[in-house]
Design a protein around this ligand. Sequence first.
Ligand SMILES: NC(=O)c1ccc[n+]([C@@H]2O[C@H](COP(=O)([O-])OP(=O)(O)OC[C@H]3O[C@@H](n4cnc5c(N)ncnc54)[C@H](O)[C@@H]3O)[C@@H](O)[C@H]2O)c1
Ligand SMILES: O=P(O)(O)OC[C@H](O)CO
Length: 354
Amino acid sequence: MAETNPLKRVCVVGSGNWGSAIAKIVGQNVLAHEDVFEPEIFMYVYEEIVNGQKLTEIINSEHENVKYLPDIKLPPNVIAVPDVVKACMNADVLIFVLPHQFVKDTCLKMKSFIKPNPLGISLIKGFILTEGEGIQLVSKVISEILGIETAVLMGANLATEVASEMFCETTIACENDSYKGLLNALFETSYFRCKVIRNVSGVEACGALKNVVGIGAGIVDGLGYGDNTKAAVIRLGLMEMMKFTKVFLGNEDRSVFFESCGIADLVATCHGGRNRLLGEAVVKSMKDIRLLEKEILRGQSFQGPLIAKEIYAYLKENNMLDQFPLLVAVHRICTREVDPRNFIDCLRDHPEHM
Ligand SMILES: NC(=O)c1ccc[n+]([C@@H]2O[C@H](COP(=O)([O-])OP(=O)(O)OC[C@H]3O[C@@H](n4cnc5c(N)ncnc54)[C@H](O)[C@@H]3O)[C@@H](O)[C@H]2O)c1
Ligand SMILES: O=P(O)(O)OC[C@H](O)CO
């Protein structure tokens, strides 16, 4: 009888700023739990040429993702693989950490090649908008395409700070309690404190929505307002996040907003996130946001504008635009339909004040 390997093989699907930072943690943790995991992990890298060399070759020789997470060494047991099928085919655990617009295509490529029942974990903060189907949670799309159970991990986790081992917390959500030990073994470190809860959809909604509020925080920074105004953006943004989660998901569990994925991630993003940078840039320059993304992030991506568009489509279809003025204004400012200077009116006239 063929022997089955009891050790679990882990694959990280994605290798941007956050993908590389989490690969560092997971790479170290699989070595610390050699009775549970295979010692090597594969990291799927969307191949590109950097300084005349393939990025996968640079990562595998220098153990550094010089483009997306420079100056941070990855453990040598993190192996960069340019073919997603080869990266995922023997995996028992699939960690998804791609910008959400690439999730569907990537999962469709993986679909026929994965093992029967791997556990998926999505670290992706976004929604997926499909023509005719509306918006969906990323974890749901992964689960539907691949036929797997998908947990989520979201929190106040600016990747560069995590990679530099500055203390932070995160929230993991999984409906199946039996995975709790495995999830802690994969992700927890002395500087990355994980709390495992059950509310998958609530945690994921927080992760997506805070990116849009983060742009709003950048807009008030760009307009020259101070901390009180930013606090108003955070508060009104949080109220809209709670309301959206209730109407979109029927999820009324407010406790999730007090976890790291909720208020903490909102505060971190509104102060130090890439989406905040975009909001500020949109006020100071009339350039198209895709050009700003290229100039400011040089390959990384702002997820906020796409998420704002996805939310806008949902609200429009459901005749609820007037109930979410902050989320709607961010979308209209990003598309240049509305002058950023009008953003303060939307805060002043917000229904929360009525
Ligand atoms: N960066 C952070 O601080 C952070 C923290 C928490 C969560 N997140 C979330 O993690 C997710 C991934 O973000 P990131 O920061 O790791 O990425 P990133 O924005 O740094 O980089 C973009 C990535 O997309 C890849 N890519 C480009 N075209 C592609 C294609 N056609 N197919 C597949 N991949 C392609 C690039 O190679 C690169 O790895 C997002 O949902 C983001 O919101 C980011
Ligand atoms: O840099 P941002 O705005 O994409 O936010 C990064 C993380 O989501 C913060 O937790």
